[in-house]
Design a protein around this ligand. Structure first.
Ligand SMILES: Nc1ncnc2c1ncn2[C@@H]1O[C@H](COP(=O)(O)OP(=O)(O)OP(=O)(O)O)[C@@H](O)[C@H]1O
Length: 287
């Protein structure tokens, strides 16, 4: 593991946002950090990159804490959800700031990718749209050569082509053996590329939902008329059109008997579940 968090807690005034979180980031993997609005994703990312202090707990990057070695910051780069800290600087000037923090900054990559994306490095950051600002920030983060990359809501507000571009940059980082943690309040786009998915609940806990696959089953059901309320109320609805439902149900020993015996069901099939189903399962259960 490249980053290790143990019993991390953080409160703002009386509100406990993160409550004794423990998790690891695995070397060379893409991790999704998902959770509802306000669940604490940004707070957690800022703690990981030492912008915010935690109240309790420990954080180790490559086996060391920030207190033990300030230089570990060179191994971790963070892209905030709005990349506008340097609004009045030119893109090439911003690059110089990054070079101070990241000694292995790849000038060549930064220049080539700016050119490929038709971004004029002499212009100030504020002359670009929010989407382009984020793209410029991402290029700087990639060029930093930091081994761990934290991305806050990177796909939010991006058009389809830029989403594809960003996804391909993230996959390139994985190919280079780098570790990515990307936050989002939805999982749709990230689902295609994440290896591990961490879910932040509203009560400040974290769950590795890549492992929750066996706690539910995904069932496609055809009903005579309407699906029995008793089943519907105990499930997470993923899709319904007319007499066809796709639902997630707790994977109990007798679940097939319950479905077999239900009079409203004409036919059912167990489907393969995907990582986004785990997200909806956790989200549905934590309402
Ligand atoms: N500096 C602060 N002072 C007081 N409360 C804060 C501060 N920063 C965050 N919070 C509170 O902490 C909680 C978590 O906020 P955070 O921005 O981390 O959530 P998030 O999951 O990133 O949300 P979103 O998906 O909406 O971006 C919210 O209730 C927020 O109001």
């Amino acid at each position: 593991m490249i980053l290790e968090v143990k019993d991390l807690s953080k409160s703002f005034e009386s509100e406990r946002v993160l409550d004794k979180l423990s998790f690891n980031l695995e070397d060379g993997q893409i991790h999704g950090l998902v959770g509802r609005n306000g669940s604490g994703k940004t707070t957690l990312l800022k703690i990981l990159v030492d912008i915010l202090n935690m109240d309790e707990g420990s954080l180790k990057i490559l086996g060391k804490s920030y207190k033990e070695d300030r230089h570990i910051i060179e191994n971790i780069a963070y892209l905030p959800d709005r990349f506008d800290y340097f609004d009045y600087d030119s893109i090439l000037k911003i690059k110089d700031y990054y070079k101070i923090l990241y000694p292995n900054f790849d000038d060549n990559f930064f220049k080539i990718e700016l050119k490929k994306n038709k971004i004029d490095g002499k212009k100030t950051l504020r002359s670009f749209s929010k989407g382009y600002k984020n793209l410029i920030g991402l290029l700087a983060i990639i060029a930093s050569n930091a081994r761990i990359v934290l991305l806050d809501e990177i796909l939010d507000g991006m058009d389809v082509l830029n989403k594809e571009l960003i996804i391909s940059y993230i996959l390139d980082m994985k190919d280079q053996g780098r570790t990515v943690l990307a936050s989002s309040h939805e999982l749709e786009e990230l689902a295609k590329i994440v290896d591990v998915c961490l879910y932040l609940t509203k009560d400040g806990k974290i769950r590795n939902i890549s492992k929750s696959k066996n706690s539910f089953i995904k069932v496609q059901i055809v009903v005579k008329d309407k699906l029995d309320e008793a089943i519907l109320n105990h499930s997470v609805l993923r899709f319904n059109m007319g007499r066809v439902y796709v639902i997630l149900l707790e994977n109990k020993d007798n679940i097939r008997n319950i479905l077999d015996e239900n009079k409203t069901i004409v036919q059912y099939d167990i489907l393969d579940s995907k990582i986004e189903d785990s997200f909806y399962w956790e989200k549905g259960r934590s309402k």
